[in-house]
Design a protein around this ligand. Structure first.
Ligand SMILES: Nc1ncnc2c1ncn2[C@@H]1O[C@H](COP(=O)(O)OP(=O)(O)OP(=O)(O)O)[C@@H](O)[C@H]1O
Ligand SMILES: [Mg+2]
Length: 439
């Protein structure tokens, strides 16, 4: 957990865990201190207990960042291009005024604000929440936000990755087991649901849960009790469920791979997180935020960006969403000196030199200046390529949609893509989740 200090933006990342650890060390040192009077030791222990309580209280409310409520003006201005309606800005301010707790940062994007407003309303209830969105859009962060803004904030928050547990261990992992229930079960063991009792369980990648596990989960949702593997005794659990997926559960249900009844149970509140390209107005804000965060971690000044790199970062499609942007900013902050440029980008996303510039360079190297008609052809190729790439970005890699938009024959469009070596799938994302839900 980290604490974002809006006054010293980027400079102060305090670890609560580190602070608590220091207090624990202090307390145990005092307990065993040989030369202090007993009454002094008790006094100091009481003081450190009080300090610990204070940190716990603080951590409860503030271990999640209060959405950069006093973000520096420059950052605020970046996040609020003129094109955005002031009402979105008011919605953001209102969330912050209501002490909405958030780890990270958000701007005025209406789609994200809508998701946050749903999360805020759902948080104080015990209703199950399903969060979906492409990989890297912040689903796990959103689950923590829901927990942190709810009545269970200081109760356990237990996270389970349903896609990472081998099928034969799943039941024991979720519900625990009795000693001797299976080979290797050498003692009684609590499962994740019991650990999350009175708190929240975050079921990540719920779409990967095998059908058998789905049946068991449905039972917990209905009866609020579990049975450890190898035991008949029901154990009551009061656990709030937040689940996340980057799959389209409705579609999986239609294919018989996800139980429809479970889908409806889990999605009483359904939050969809927008892909970064749908909230690209927030890219400057995120770059500034991660730039400062990386500078803090790497103990350097925040990296500057050349205009060319900045343009690239503002228009790139980010198939890996916020995670990709964050990793990029960390990479730039690590590899560049004072200022980062295009050359510091990873090879696979670095923009290729423009066709025209390349042809001119080739012609010059060959000692023959480029003819006017060749220069025109190269420029036209370049424009064509840029047009196609932009179009695919906007349609999420859907060739049929692009063909419709520019009133072009689909097979002709396919031919042009082939000519430029552009693959529509490179622009396609789990965005289908959103598209399909709308249709
Ligand atoms: N609004 C935000 N502010 C700051 N950081 C963010 C924000 N949203 C997401 N992040 C960061 O982006 C990264 C990806 O977020 P997260 O792990 O929550 O995504 P996810 O949707 O669960 O991804 P996946 O589907 O791959 O599991 C994390 O490092 C997270 O802290
Ligand atoms: Mg995740």
């Amino acid at each position: 957990m980290k604490l974002f200090d809006p006054h010293g933006f980027g400079s102060s990342v305090v670890s609560y865990a580190g602070l608590l650890e220091k207090i624990e060390i202090l307390r145990s040192t005092l307990r065993w201190a040989p030369r202090l009077e007993r009454t002094d030791i008790e006094k100091l222990l009481n003081q450190s207990n009080a300090l610990r309580e204070e940190v716990m209280q603080l951590s409860r409310k503030e271990r999640f960042v209060e959405a950069a409520s006093e973000a520096p003006e420059a950052l605020d201005a970046l996040a609020r291009p003129d094109a955005l309606t002031p009402s979105a800005h008011r919605r953001r301010e209102a969330l912050i005024e209501r002490s909405f707790i958030f780890e990270g940062i958000f701007g005025d994007n209406p789609k994200l604000l809508a998701a946050l407003e749903i999360a805020e309303k759902a948080a104080p209830t015990d209703l199950p929440v399903l969060i979906d969105g492409e990989s890297g859009t912040g689903k796990e962060l959103m689950a923590k936000v829901i927990h942190a803004n709810g009545a269970r904030a200081d109760r356990p928050y237990i996270s389970v990755n349903c896609g990472a547990i081998p099928e034969n261990l799943l039941e024991s992992e979720l519900f625990g087991h009795r000693r001797g229930a299976f080979t290797g079960a050498s003692s009684d063991r609590k499962g994740k649901f019991e650990s999350a009792h009175t708190g929240t369980i975050f079921l990540d990648e719920i779409g990967e849960l095998p059908l058998q596990g789905q049946v068991k989960l449905l039972r917990v949702l209905e009866a609020h009790e579990i049975q450890r593997v190898g035991s008949d005794e029901p154990i009551g659990v009061d656990t709030r469920i937040v689940a996340a997926t980057n799959r389209n559960l409705r579609e999986l249900a239609a294919q018989g791979r996800f139980r429809e009844d479970l889908f409806y149970r889990l999605s009483v509140i359904h939050v969809t997180l927008p892909a970064l390209r749908e909230r690209n107005d927030e890219i400057p804000l995120l770059i500034a935020y991660f730039g400062d965060e990386a500078a803090g971690q790497l103990k350097r000044r925040p990296v500057k960006l050349t205009p060319k790199l900045r343009d690239f970062l503002l228009t790139y499609a980010y198939p890996g969403n916020i995670r990709e942007l964050r990793n990029l900013v960390y990479r730039l902050s690590c590899l560049a000196g004072d200022t980062a440029d295009i050359e510091h980008l990873p090879d696979d996303i670095r923009p290729k030199p423009a066709a025209l510039a390349l042809r001119v360079a080739e012609a010059e190297a060959a000692g023959a200046p480029l003819s006017l008609s060749d220069a025109k052809r190269a420029a036209s190729d370049e424009a064509e390529r840029a047009f196609l790439e932009r179009g695919l970005q906007e349609t999420g890699g859907t060739v049929a949609e692009l063909a419709r938009r520019c009133d072009m024959n689909r097979s002709h469009l396919q031919m042009l893509l082939k000519k430029h070596g552009i693959h529509s799938k490179d622009f396609r994302h789990a965005d289908k989740v959103n598209h399909e839900k709308e249709s």
